[in-house]
Design a protein around this ligand. Sequence first.
Ligand code: PNS
Length: 164
Amino acid sequence: MTEKKIAVYPGSFDPLTNGHVDVIERALEIFDEVIVAVLHNPSKKALFSSQERVEMIKQSFNGLKPVEVDTFDGLLVDYAKIKNATAIIRGMRAVSDFENEFQMAMMNRKLHKDVQSVFLMTGLRWIFTSSSIIKEAAQFGGNISDMVPEPVKLKLMEKFPKLK
Ligand code: PNS
């Protein structure tokens, strides 16, 4: 029997965007299961708690796809090992993402040579979306409804009353 190919997709996901969803769907074309791993880092200032972020991701996929949602802390490669994942997925939007991603991938390889970093290009539609730019717009009532899944939009509306 061939072994299930598992990938970890780590990130802050504060909050999940349609760009992230696009990357997850692309990863599911290559891997049997994708574990969306939300970094739990209490010292990093975030809009949503890690539990809220996990809930929003779960609601967005609604158990329809082989997507597990979890939190992790400490080293990503240690988490990947525990989960039997053979790959780390990261989304790439523009060249500006490259330097930081390259550095992280090289460090992860140094720490654990058997886990591969796989970079997926987001769809052109999502090239300029990011959690931070969406939060910035939402805060001032900017319409972000086609950039995030519905459960995320509802949570953003709770945080930002100006958002309709
Ligand atoms: O969505 P983000 O904020 O770009 O995700 C960054 C993340 C969570 C992937 C990165 O900070 C991470 O892997 N943190 C865990 C700590 C770790 O393993 N560091 C060593 C590799 S640089």
